[in-house]
Design a protein around this ligand. Structure first.
Ligand SMILES: [Fe+2]
Length: 492
């Protein structure tokens, strides 16, 4: 029987603990640690389901890799939202695309439903000595990395307060601090750039940037001296936010505004450039660096925000689902003049972009990994893992390598270097940037199950796979934590 990508939306019903997986192939002996991923585990609320992929109930998944063996654990986050759904068959808080009052049957609508969700399904972050499940509301959740059990809500009692943080943060190993951004929505909206130095718990405000009509931000760019925010013309207004409806429905696509690029000096905490360029929509920055007075911002750019609606469950859960694709794009911003030059790094479709984060974040780099679709016929859902070589040959970016097989749907590939910078006294120069593996959770639709794929990042050839007995719902983001080390971050 042949399945399709919709198996990646089937709810999980069982929680497993250290379930041994069958390993095909050979796991590199140096690969030792845990991959923790976050994403929706179920879309069911009573006899209905939520509207959007982003609204599913958060489920942590862990692949523990040890001595060539792999064990799988999964736990739903016991958020207040989760408990309410299980006890009352209804949502307690507003989600990204679903209102507790089920907009459309709005006669029951009332005040008090605008509270933001604590269903933290987007990513995992190690911050202030705690492992956190993160989302785009102030309500992050602490979990136990050993059991994946929920420990409780993380209340940030600090200067950033209840501004909605992006679920993507950056780690700067040179300054030894996490850097994040939050959006405070209201009559006087602002973006808040913050930092958390290693060993500290409180978020310290670096800069506040007022914005009249805030654009939706999902990630941002970090360089040694700057934070850059790419504000798409997917904007909201204070009035729109007061209406009682799903978060995303407060936003409108207004291409006439173009994309704004706000550049903040990290040291001075000041806005130093306010540039404008053609409209586009970005979920994910790839990397950023400084060169000759210019910021180079690499992103996975969509033509517009239609991708947000495309991932409504009704759309995603149809057999001929074909969402818009993003291309790799570089925006070169002159910090003095605000002049922006844009060029396509690769025209194929790439999303969930990752890099050798520990070595290349904020620095010039060469390799991007991601999920993609066939280069010349970009219809259909992502069905391959891709590697793009940004090394210029005769002025052209040309290398594009893939891993694929029929009827498989891979998730975000995380790069794990063979040589840990924390362990090695060697110069990293001696090791090529793609010396390591990619870890991706792949849905095998024909076999109706998922597996953890371990790819050689240099050759994009398979080293091993660890096969689970069921489909695992499509996830969003994760981290790899190497055994015996403090947690490192594979990506933002
Ligand atoms: Fe993301």
């Amino acid at each position: 029987m042949s399945g399709d990508h919709r198996l990646g939306l089937r709810p999980t019903t069982t929680e497993y603990t250290d379930e041994p997986l069958r390993v095909d192939g050979e796991i590199p002996s140096w690969l030792d640690g845990t991959l923790v991923r976050n994403g929706p585990g179920s879309f069911t609320v009573g006899d209905r389901r939520v509207n959007h992929w982003f609204d599913g109930l958060a489920m942590l998944r862990r692949f523990r890799i040890e001595d060539g063996e792999v064990r799988y654990t999964n736990r739903f986050l016991r958020s207040r939202q989760f408990r309410h759904v299980r006890e009352h068959d209804s949502l307690r808080f507003r989600e990204f695309g679903t209102d507790p009052q089920w907009r459309g049957l709005g006669h029951l609508r009332r005040f008090g439903t605008r509270a933001a969700t604590d269903n933290a399904s987007v990513s995992v972050v190690y911050l202030g000595g705690r492992h956190l499940a993160a989302t785009e509301t102030p309500w992050w959740t602490v979990y136990d990395p050993e059991t994946l059990r929920t420990r409780g809500g993380r209340q940030f009692d600090d200067e950033v307060g209840r501004a909605g943080p992006l679920a993507h943060v950056h780690y700067d190993p040179f300054r030894e601090e996490i850097v994040g951004v939050a959006t405070r929505l209201g009559l006087h909206s602002e973006y808040v750039v913050y930092r958390v130095p290693d060993g500290k718990e409180r978020r310290e405000v670096v800069a506040r940037v007022p914005i009249r009509h805030p654009g939706y931000l999902h990630s941002f760019a970090l360089t040694p001296n700057y934070v850059a925010l790419l504000v798409p013309p997917f904007r909201t207004t204070p009035l729109a936010l007061l209406r009682d409806r799903p978060f995303v429905e407060s936003y409108r696509w207004r291409p006439e505004l173009g994309t704004r690029i706000l550049v903040v000096d990290r040291e001075r905490g000041e806005l130093v450039a306010y540039a404008r360029t053609a409209p586009s929509f970005v979920f994910h920055h790839v990397n950023a660096f400084e060169r000759a007075g210019a910021l180079h911002l690499d992103v996975a750019a969509f033509e517009d925000a239609s991708v947000v609606d495309a991932f409504s469950l009704d759309g995603f859960d149809s057999p001929d689902f074909s969402p818009p694709g993003a291309e790799l794009r570089r925006l070169q911003v002159d910090v003095e003049t605000g002049h922006v030059v844009t060029r396509t790094l690769h025209p194929g479709h790439v999303e969930f972009p990752t890099i050798h984060y520990a070595r290349c974040n904020t620095q010039p780099y060469r390799y991007v990994y991601g999920v993609g679709t066939e280069e010349r016929s970009p219809d259909g859902y992502v069905d391959r893992l891709v590697k793009v070589d940004l090394g210029e040959r005769r002025g052209r970016f040309q290398a594009w390598e893939t891993w694929t097989e029929p009827n498989v749907y891979p998730g975000e590939p995380l790069f794990v270097p063979r040589v840990s910078l924390q362990r090695s006294e060697d110069s990293e120069e001696a090791v090529t940037e793609d010396d390591g593996v990619l870890l991706s959770v792949v849905l095998d639709a024909d076999a109706e199950r998922s597996f953890l794929l371990i790819l050689d990042a240099a050759t994009m050839s398979e080293r091993a796979r660890a096969v689970f007995s069921e489909p695992i719902p499509f996830d969003f983001h994760g981290q790899f934590y190497r055994s015996g080390e403090r947690p490192t971050r594979s990506m933002a």
